[in-house]
Design a protein around this ligand. Sequence first.
Ligand code: HEM
Length: 337
Amino acid sequence: MAMAAPLTLVVVAAAVAVVFVGGGVEGWVLKEGFYEQSCPRAEALVKHYVEQHVPLAPSVAATLIRTHFHDCFVRGCDASVLLNGTDGAEAEKDAAPNLTLRGFAFIDRIKSVVESECPGVVSCADILALATRDAISVIGGPFWRVATGRRDGRVSIKQEALDQIPAPTMNFTDLLSSFQSKGLDLADLIWLSGAHTIGIAHCNSFSKRLYNFTGKGGPGDADPSLDAEYAANLRRSKCAAPSDNTTIVEMDPGSFLTFDLGYYRGLLRRRGLFQSDAALVTDAAAEANIASVVSSPPEVFFQVFARSMAKLGMVGVKTGSEGEIRKHCALVNDIHY
Ligand code: HEM
């Protein structure tokens, strides 16, 4: 599949200050500074909280950006991933891919700071989008402009998360169609996957690649597309048993708290942790773009990443009178038991 050269993407990134993508209601769009009148300090409060707390626990940045991504892929960026299940009905956060999200309490604390200044005004969806951007910035990663005005959804269904969040076992074609189904494109897939330059994974997310790739089983049955030395090292020192679901591994070993090019360098050396990472270099155009970005200054990656993050944050947003502004991010407003 053909794709614009990275440098072209950079120019586009610089030119696109705000991408106005309409929400579900005609005439309503997100805009920068949405809370300027209704809660002038909203964005500053989020930023301040993040700046105070993320340096003490920098791994929060990884879980926030993953939470934002998982939110946007199911019912749009409407904070549906933050909702608790109700009697008898499990929510998105109960679905397997979301069981390893770790930032719910962090978001709740920001929400209560903002609520105490402007009750019922600022959505959880916007708080998640802003806190993600600020946290990545605090750890030295890219900065992108976040248009606001997202409304919170009232529905969260476990099965939808299972169906729509891409799996680490996916191949290139399936990943691309997953992203395209959300209005994102090949460039977004390649550069957003670069978020795997930070954070951790549990062994069971990829141990099939180490022990049982074809079903025969044993160390001889490793994924041939995974660098053999890296696989042996993971088996020896990290994921020592195929069933291990507790040990964690740095996704970009040696710099998992730093937003850098290490993830893409790893991909080019066949050291991507998931099949979905390795899949990116199975496409010739994608691989060429990655190679080009790897040999450029990190700012190039930062710019294309920032552009795709701004797009991700617009996916399926609710605006105007859709949804609601939740009082508590884990609960819809008029919950009755
Ligand atoms: C392209 C498809 C993707 C797949 C299949 C995928 C899959 C996964 C999996 C399986 C994990 C490890 C979970 C665990 O074992 O604890 C993970 C972690 C992570 N993902 Fe992705 N991911 C994808 C794209 C993205 C995107 C687009 C972002 C953000 C823009 C992202 C950000 C992260 C981060 C930061 C972590 C580390 C989380 C932590 O440290 O808690 N991923 N991903």
